[in-house]
Write a protein that binds this ligand. Structure first.
Ligand SMILES: [Zn+2]
Length: 850
């Protein structure tokens, strides 16, 4: 089936009038679409889904309308209007009357509900149109290249707020008591960026950023949680106007917290929607991680006002132009806002996550064919966002930050109010850099995977060589080569030497003035490749970890574990390597260490768990002891977060009884005095109490989840309910994911967490097999797919067989190559288990108890 619309009729302007009825969960509307007809025709085809269209007519300006018949094709998500007379080329007005239902699936024009402090239910009507759901809100040419101007009018009950992309230009009280709100015309933009939000919402006072008022909207009673978002919102809006050298393209910015929201946030021009925990926060009670997430998401969405909204990809295969750039720019802005957060170093974790997927044979290139709406949904993944942002960062570092910014300005300037493709970006960056970009970049964007760079001694110098990295060791594309900006730093007799080269063949020899003591193969850490060191070099480097940058240490651990998963490094060698990091002070390096150990925990037999717990305690104890439980005067903000991370690792993965007892004592104090536990330690305490607690804690946490005062508190207690170890309690949590107690926006991620836990995965998998159809119906599609991210944690040959049989029997389409990726990750883990079981058992047996 061809999903693309014909271009014989092109929309120029939509005048939309929407009348949502919140109590009945329905809406009615009228669309007057000014179109340019290119050839004589009697039929007009556009997108519509789950709408009833009562009438369709076309007319010349001021002319007599020609009424047409309507045929809906739900499968193709199209409406076809046939007219009794032919329509000549030129400008026409197409007038459509339609009705629809405010659905509960968090897409299109949908209904979000919440209870106020007294338990009274309330309803909000909101939109989520990306990628292809504007057609569920009004009939339209629902493809990004059909840009048009939108003039929106909303008719709402008089006591409700109404928000759309632009400022209200006129409001009027109607005789029937309703209020009409007409909004100013938008810029030329794509349908997926249109937004309407209607409900009992309150707004903060506006913060002025130049000429642009910025506000936060939320349900009543939460305005006091908006301050932090306003701050980063104002900073990033101002920052981007300067960076891009172009004014903000709208007339106001509203940031709206919606109680039910499928994604993290959505960059509707001027009316950016968020899930509550990505916007609202009590700054004093939040951890660093929670604040960082809000800063990231707000900056990301504001970056989109230019990248995505002002200049838009021509088709969904180019979504990386939106998402990779917004992710890259989010980091640039947050790094400028809070340099002490070292945001680019933390980005190493995201880069490694993208490499986790991109090392699979079932990966895809960043730019990838998209045929239908299902494939569109699958494009919103780690490869588009994180790999995309990583290769942009690599290019920025290669060209220089100023040259890169000049190229970005040129690109936006050339294509504003229009659409663009990857080649347009290369052209602009190339013009700024005075060098051809495709030669460097095409291998990273249009080809799947990434290189493994091997570094070996070669005389006094080094030999570097490349091949494609693969977890399964297949060599389907063994001949694939990249142009890799390699940066080497070597410690030689009198200090360091740095060597930069663009490796584009199989290998190159790098001369050094003297034999290297140690060498870092991805100095600065921005290269999107993994490094494999000759054993002698790795040994020297492991002895010098105190002298290299945190991101470089992070890469040693992350690359080392990937090599272990791929069978290129024995697991015992990797576990030995982790012993070099007991004095580690960086939070990201610790996250690489603990996530690797958690992976090993999913692979080993139950009988070995005690020995692994002892190993975890050995690795973590010194660093945890150094930081203690209380904030210290000389703590950096990252130290404070690390303190929580280390205590959590000890109390859960390390099953440390002392830490668990102290966590119980800390929580007992917290019940009486909330200020007695540091905001970065409290989430860890809650997680530890779940991992070591029973029915009492479960009942308390469930209650606190329901009565949570902030979105962060709600999330902590919700995920704690997935962290208990008793099957009976875990079954209660599982029930909550299908009985409405957990919002459908969160439930798939709770399932994912349960599948990933060694204690819960068995019961969780059985539950998924039983309830997957109900879940598919209840959960938003974009989140439902992601619950299966937990499947690769089902590490045993029997489970693997069962998982494969399940998907073979049920034909569950997750879009793109998503399912193959999950199955391959499971294959990698089971192969790891089969390869390493004996060696791991012997290694763990040798560990001294601690
Ligand atoms: Zn985005």
């Amino acid at each position: 089936m061809d999903y693309r619309l014909p271009t014989t009729v092109v929309p120029k302007r939509y005048d939309l009038r929407l009348e949502p009825d919140l109590a009945a969960a329905t809406f009615s509307g009228e669309a007057v679409i000014t179109v340019e007809v290119e050839t004589t025709l009697t039929e007009i085809v556009l997108n519509a889904a789950e709408l009833q269209i009562q009438s369709a007519s076309v007319a010349r300006e001021g002319g007599v309308p020609i009424h047409g018949s309507v045929a809906l094709d739900e499968e193709a998500e199209r409406a076809r209007f046939t007219f009794p007379a032919s329509i000549a080329p030129g400008e026409w007005r197409l007038t459509l009357r339609f009705t629809g239902a405010l659905n509960d699936r968090l897409r299109g024009f949908y209904r979000s509900t919440y209870k106020d402090a007294t338990g009274q239910p309330h309803t909000i009507a909101a939109t989520q149109f990306e990628a292809t759901d504007a057609r569920r809100g009004f009939p339209c040419w629902d493809e990004p290249a059909f840009k048009a101007v939108f003039g929106v009018t909303l008719l709402v009950a008089a006591d409700l707020a109404a928000v759309s992309n632009t400022a209200a230009s006129r409001t009027e009280l109607l005789p029937d008591g309703r209020r009409l709100v007409a909004f100013a015309d938008t810029i030329r933009m794509s349908t997926y960026l249109v937004a309407f939000v209607v409900g009992e919402l309150e707004a903060t006072d506006p913060v002025m950023v130049g000429q642009t008022p910025l506000r936060v909207w939320c349900v009543p009673g939460k305005k006091h949680l908006a301050r932090f978002a306003l701050e980063i919102g104002a900073f990033s809006l101002d920052f981007f106007e300067r960076y891009y050298g172009l004014p903000y393209p709208g007339d106001k910015v509203d940031l709206l917290a919606i109680p039910d929201f499928a994604a993290g946030a959505m960059e509707n021009l001027g009316a950016i929607t968020f899930r509550e925990n990505a916007l609202l926060v009590d700054e004093a009670a939040a951890s660093h991680t929670e604040l960082e997430r809000i800063a990231d998401v707000v900056a990301h969405e504001v970056a989109h006002m230019w990248f995505g909204d002002l200049v838009t990809m021509t088709w969904w295969n180019g979504i990386w132009l939106n998402e990779a750039f917004a992710t890259f720019m989010e980091l640039v802005a947050v790094d400028a806002w809070k340099p002490e957060w070292k945001r680019w170093a933390t980005f190493g974790v995201s880069r490694a996550a993208a490499m986790g997927v991109d090392g699979l044979e079932a990966t895809r290139p960043i730019e990838f064919e998209v045929r239908n709406p299902h494939d569109c949904v699958a494009m919103f993944d780690l490869l588009t966002y994180e790999k995309g942002a990583s290769v942009l960062r690599m290019l920025e570092q290669h060209l220089g930050a100023d040259v890169f910014r000049d190229g970005v300005r040129l690109y936006l300037e050339r294509h504003r109010y229009a659409n663009a493709e990857t080649t347009d970006l290369w052209k602009a960056l190339g013009d700024a850099a005075r060098q051809p970009i495709p030669a460097i970049m095409d291998g990273w964007i249009f080809k799947p995977g990434y290189p493994l760079v091997t570094v070996e001694p070669d005389g006094t110098g080094l030999k570097v060589s490349q091949r494609r990295f693969s977890y399964l060791g297949g060599d389907a594309d063994a001949g694939q080569r990249w142009r890799i900006p390699v940066v080497l730093r070597a410690s030689v007799k009198h200090g360091y030497v740095e060597r930069r080269l663009l490796l584009d063949g199989d290998s190159a020899t790098v001369p050094l003035p003297a034999k290297a003591d140690w060498v870092v193969g991805n100095s600065g850490g921005t290269g999107f490749y993994r490094v494999r060191y000759a054993p002698a070099l790795l040994k020297k480097l492991a002895g010098a970890v105190a002298r290299i940058a945190p991101i470089e240490r992070f890469n040693i651990v992350s690359d080392g574990f990937a090599l272990t998963q791929a069978g290129l490094m024995p697991a015992a060698d990797f576990l030995d390597l982790t012993a070099r990091f007991t004095a580690e002070t960086d939070r990201n390096v610790w996250s690489a260490l603990t996530s690797s150990l958690a992976y090993v925990n999913r692979v080993i037999a139950d009988s070995q768990r005690g020995a692994l717990e002892a190993l975890v305690r050995h690795r973590v104890a010194d660093a945890a002891e150094r930081l203690g439980w209380e904030p210290q005067e000389d703590d950096t903000e990252l130290d404070r977060q690390l303190r929580g991370d280390l205590l959590r690792a000890l109390g859960t993965l390390g099953n440390d009884e002392d830490v668990q007892a102290r966590a119980r004592a800390a929580y007992a104090r917290y019940r009486d005095d909330e200020s007695s536990v540091d905001a970065n330690v409290l989430p860890a305490v809650i997680a530890i109490l779940a991992a070591s607690g029973g029915e009492g804690e479960y009942a308390e946490f469930r209650d606190r989840f329901k009565r949570a005062r902030t979105p962060q508190e709600e999330q902590r207690y919700l995920y704690a309910l997935a962290g208990f170890r008793q099957a009976g309690l875990l079954r209660q949590t599982l029930e909550m994911t299908v009985n409405g107690e957990v919002r459908s926006q969160d439930a798939p991620f709770v399932i994912r967490a349960l599948l990933t836990s060694v204690d819960a995965r068995g019961v969780a998998w059985d539950f998924v097999k039983e309830h997957w159809e109900a879940m598919a119906r209840q959960y938003p599609e974009s989140a439902y797919r992601r619950m299966y991210e937990g499947v690769p944690a089902l590490v045993s040959p029997e489970w693997e067989q069962d998982v494969r049989a399940f998907f073979a029997d049920h034909k569950i389409d997750l879009g793109g190559r998503t399912l193959q990726q999950y199955l391959e990750q499971l294959r990698v883990a089971v192969a790891f288990q089969q390869r390493e079981a004996e060696a791991l058992a012997a290694y763990l047996l040798r560990q001294k108890p601690r």
